[in-house]
Ligand binder design. Sequence first.
Ligand code: CU
Length: 134
Amino acid sequence: MCHRRSFSALIVLTVLLTLVAGCASKTTPGTIPGPSTGGNTITVTAAGMAFDTSTITVSAGAHVTITFINNDSGVRHNVAFYTSAAATTVINIGGMTTGVSTLTYTFDAPTTPGTYFFRCDVHPSTMTGEFIVQ
Ligand SMILES: [Cu+2]
């Protein structure tokens, strides 16, 4: 009787230790996605000859993914990133696409935080915005 009881206690203890070990392994650092990864994947839409946003914000040096949706049927647009509104120094020029269509651009953001510039190269005076690197 006494032996059986201590054997049962040993089993309970073993199960508890296994559960604790299981919980500990689930909280190992590195298995939880970092919060910054989602912020550098951005969707930009062009519709009615305008972008749906006037600012695009990413982290300095981040690998940026832009999903560009062109909802203007039969109209060519792109999203091009420059260091300033003068558009003389290129960060990344996304390919032109005629709507309705979707393109994905990937490039590395500048490593120096600052306010840069983006525009549609087809409509450079009306489709513009701030490219904020922080
Ligand atoms: Cu355009």
